[in-house]
Design a protein around this ligand. Structure first.
Ligand code: NOJ
Length: 577
């Protein structure tokens, strides 16, 4: 290390600077587009803001909060499903893809909300749930009514006279994925809950129906689609027996069949290329090759995918290893360094809260550790997906008893664990820590009753820590998680190097610090993240001259004595000359 580097450091917060920090002209091997440059904010509409007192979030609530959403510096919103649904899986069981659930409001309310986003320059991503529908969908009602109904082939049926169908695992139903239906004496397939029958993508009529639905929403002005569970749309319908234990490798056996790519290409030409929209897949297959086939530009299938390797790392209270965390993000970055594009996320509606999983929720460390994680998310290559509430460090709930769980997945897992004779105490400990219900509690707006989410009875209990963790309190504190998020979003929006720049991991084996650089032409930034509650020092040789501090969640950065010493969960980005 050249000692003189450290004297050049100036503690200038570029994030709070003015218009001189306009995005610069850059060249990159990636084609530049808005969905790569954007920051996505995910809204779980049921839990965001209720305006009519029914305890359930609604479009008018989101409209009320549009200025807040804009103030975050995000540029895209993905909203979980709000379509007509019996809500067995909180809207991922759609009964009518063209109608909004009245509890959210009317189609006019939806349009008003969409226009509100667009007026603020925010793009809108719709959740498209077409691996399955609800059993209440008219297609399924028709399909099950008789074997010769024109909708019969919209779903997968196994005639009972052929005996038991070959075992298929269900992600939500411990009894498996085939359900007997006496109406036509046949079994139907459901990869998720029994009330979510899988659609038959081999049927070209069904595929056209889906494209028409997507066009319907594209005509209304939505800018993108998030394809729910889409890896499973294509199945092996010769229905072979699968070997015992195969379900541990679920994607390999149940998804990503070759026909998936045909369907996606068709969807691309029928829908995506006709509008300025993009599509992101939930899931990226089981190999980089799978993922590339989905998203490489010349494939003309999808534009983006998100993988689960990061969130899969920390599913028990035992935590995760920083070495694994670095490895996962580094290998995915290298795999997509030249072609294709991925999303970067650490939490969503299917996961527990960011700070519990990857940071430190103790009151002493909650603020810096959430700020550190948000710095990470917004400084990686890939479109950052951030989940509502993580911008204020909302935490897990404590739900030690199964009776309190309403989620179909949690209930299914509980039944399966019981049947398998698992240690139920340990099971509940893991569920309490990792359940997706943790990530669905009402948004904590202020310290009024029910955190300002509703004047009625909330559909889901508000986390009792709302008195301390809420938007209103953090608005007043310049050093809050919220204000740090805003600064970091501004840094990302103003620095293409953080979007397109090459990523290089430094000191791979450092046990507590994650350090990397992002480089685009002459521009280089060093990202320093301390993942521990202790001070951590790191020595970086031959990195270049440290210049301005672009963002820092502490007032100073200690660069004395030839190394950098980071305080607990300190996160800083420094320009390098
Ligand atoms: C993935 C969604 O993210 C999840 O919430 C849902 O339960 C399943 N797909 C089934 O649609």
């Amino acid at each position: 290390m050249k000692n003189h580097l450290w004297s050049l450091l100036s503690v200038l917060l570029v994030a709070s600077c003015g218009p001189q920090d306009q995005p610069k002209e850059t060249s990159t091997s990636f084609e530049q587009t808005w969905w790569k440059e954007g920051i996505l904010y995910q809204i779980y509409p049921q839990s965001f803001k209720d305006t009519d007192g029914d305890g359930f979030g609604d479009f008018q609530g989101i409209i009320e909060k549009l200025d807040y959403i804009e103030s975050l510096g995000i540029t895209m919103v993905w909203m979980n499903p709000f379509f007509e649904s019996p809500l067995v899986d909180n809207g991922y069981d759609v009964a009518d893809y063209r109608a909004v659930l009245p509890r959210y409001g009317t189609m006019d309310d939806f349009q008003q909300m969409l226009d509100g986003f667009h007026q603020r320059g925010i793009k809108f991503v719709l959740d498209v749930v077409v691996n399955h529908s609800s059993i209440d969908h008219e297609w399924f009602k028709q399909s099950r009514s008789s074997r010769d109904n024109p909708y019969r082939d919209y779903y997968h049926w196994w005639p009972a006279e052929n005996g038991e169908p070959p075992y298929r695992h269900s992600l939500f139903d411990p009894e498996g994925a085939w359900e007997y239906d006496s109406l036509s004496n046949a079994y139907y397939l459901h990869t998720f809950a029994e009330e979510q029958p899988d659609l038959n993508w081999e049927n070209p009529k069904l595929r056209q129906e889906v494209y028409d639905i997507m066009k319907f929403w594209a005509e209304k002005g939505v800018d993108g689609f998030r394809m729910d569970a889409f890896q499973f749309a294509s199945k092996d319908t010769t229905w072979p027996e699968f070997p015992e234990g195969h379900e541990k490798d679920f994607i390999k056996w149940y998804g990503m069949r070759p026909q998936l790519h045909e369907y996606l290409k068709e969807m691309y030409h029928e829908v995506l290329e006709k509008y300025d929209v993009f599509a992101v897949a939930e899931g990226a297959g089981s190999t980089f090759e799978d993922a590339h086939k989905l998203v490489d530009a010349d494939r003309q299938e999808l534009q983006m995918a998100y993988h689960f390797e990061s969130v899969d790392m920390s599913r028990t209270p035992d935590g995760y290893e920083l070495a694994d965390f670095k490895e996962v993000f580094t290998k995915w970055d290298s795999a997509f360094a030249e072609n294709g594009w991925i999303a970067i996320f650490l939490s969503n509606h299917d996961n527990a809260r960011l700070v519990n999983r990857f940071g430190n929720p103790d009151p002493e460390f909650r603020t810096p550790s959430t700020q550190m994680l948000n710095t990470f998310l917004l400084s990686m290559r890939g479109t950052p997906f951030t989940y509502y509430g993580d911008e204020i460090g909302m935490t897990n709930m404590d739900m030690p008893k199964i009776e309190e769980y309403v989620d179909v997945e949690a209930k299914g897992k509980y039944k399966a664990a019981l049947a398998a004779g698992e240690d139920m105490e340990r099971f509940m400990e893991i569920l309490n820590y990792s359940s997706r219900e943790n990530g669905r509690t009402p948004m904590q707006w202020d310290d009024s009753e029910n955190a300002g989410f509703t004047t009625g009875t909330p559909w889901k209990r508000v986390n009792e820590n709302y008195l301390e963790i809420n938007v209103a309190a953090q608005e007043k504190d310049p050093n809050s998680i919220l204000n740090h998020f805003r600064k970091m979003a501004q840094v990302r929006n103003e620095n293409p190097v953080l979007v397109y720049g090459n990523y290089e991991l430094l000191q791979k084996d450092h046990p507590t610090v994650y350090a990397f650089t992002r480089t685009l032409e002459e521009e280089k930034m060093l990202v320093l993240l301390n993942f521990s509650e202790e001070n951590s020092s790191i020595t970086l040789d031959e990195i270049g001259d440290l210049d301005q501090i672009v963002i820092n969640n502490y007032p100073d950065l200690d660069t004395s004595e030839g190394s950098i010493t980071l305080l607990p969960y300190q996160a800083a980005i420094v320009k390098i000359n």
